[in-house]
Design a protein around this ligand. Structure first.
Ligand SMILES: C[S@@+](CC[C@H](N)C(=O)[O-])C[C@H]1O[C@@H](n2cnc3c(N)ncnc32)[C@H](O)[C@@H]1O
Length: 251
């Protein structure tokens, strides 16, 4: 099995998790902030790479054109079922490969929680740069690449100092990490893949492809704990962002 097709195997689970309006984090954090940063206008042409089952498309205001691309046929079918807007189009393709779409045709692009699932991230950014018009903007939303490295970052609690801290055991080296969709259910368990790169790699990928970073935002979780450790857990949530957004402009 090609690692990139692993999302088709978990498509039912992912579609259920995201639903029509998005997961908790989509609704509370990712979509509101992404929409603010995209600052869409009616004549915008939007490219959404790794669009999944099309949650961004269902949230945006009316635009001239929206194209969502994803490798999973199943997720694209769900996207088409839920979105009948005639100016919204969906396609199945590997966004790290050559794409049959016109160059320079898009004013804005988004890659939401998808870049870290793709091995050749450099090729994805190269594609985006080709398809964006001059001064077009790209929003990348990542699981925070410093604090949320799957299997290499976790919470720790110092009960004496009453602090919850983040421990990170690997950062600079690129990592390929298998993630179980249902770790406690061996029969239905399927792996997806996460590819870690340090922050400097994102700056390099963008600069090498003619994009400059305009802004970086870090978004925290709005969840609240209950119980004896609630105070220190809530403080840690405010200190360690879950997500990072990079806004880059094509020069
Ligand atoms: C965590 S999901 C995010 C989907 C969507 N952006 C969202 O926020 O719900 C990651 C997505 O990346 C897609 N993906 C992984 N590798 C891909 C590739 N090489 N080309 C296109 N899509 C890919 C998966 O199929 C999956 O839909």
């Amino acid at each position: 099995m090609q690692k990139n097709t692993s999302w088709s195997k978990v498509s039912k689970w992912y579609n259920k998790t995201v639903g029509e309006k998005g997961s908790f984090f989509h609704q509370e954090v990712i979509l509101p902030h992404t929409l603010r940063l995209l600052n869409m206008r009616p004549d915008d042409r939007i490219l959404d790479l790794g669009c999944g089952q099309g949650v961004l498309a269902r949230t945006i205001p009316p635009v001239r054109e929206y194209l969502g691309i994803d490798l999973s046929i199943e997720l694209i079918e769900e996207a088409r079922k839920m979105d009948t807007n005639p100016s919204h189009k969906f396609a199945v393709a590997d966004v790290s490969k050559t794409l049959p779409i016109r160059t320079g045709g898009f004013s804005k692009a988004a890659i939401i929680l998808a870049l870290q699932n793709i091995k050749n991230q450099f090729a994805v950014i190269k594609n985006v740069s080709t398809f964006l018009e001059k001064n077009g903007e790209l929003i990348i939303v990542l699981n925070h690449p410093v604090f949320r490295i799957p299997k290499h970052a976790d919470w720790g609690v110092d009960r004496v100092r009453r602090v919850q801290y983040r421990k990170v055991d690997s950062y600079m080296s690129p990592l390929e990490i298998g993630i179980d969709s249902s770790p406690f259910d061996h029969k239905n368990n399927q792996k997806t893949w996460s590819y870690h790169y340090p922050l400097s790699s994102y700056s390099e990928m963008l600069l090498d492809n003619g994009m400059v970073i305009k802004k970086i935002e870090e978004w925290i979780s709005p969840k609240r704990s209950e119980g004896g450790l609630a105070e220190i857990e809530d403080k840690a949530r405010r200190e360690f962002p879950m997500f990072m957004a990079i806004v880059a402009r094509k020069t």
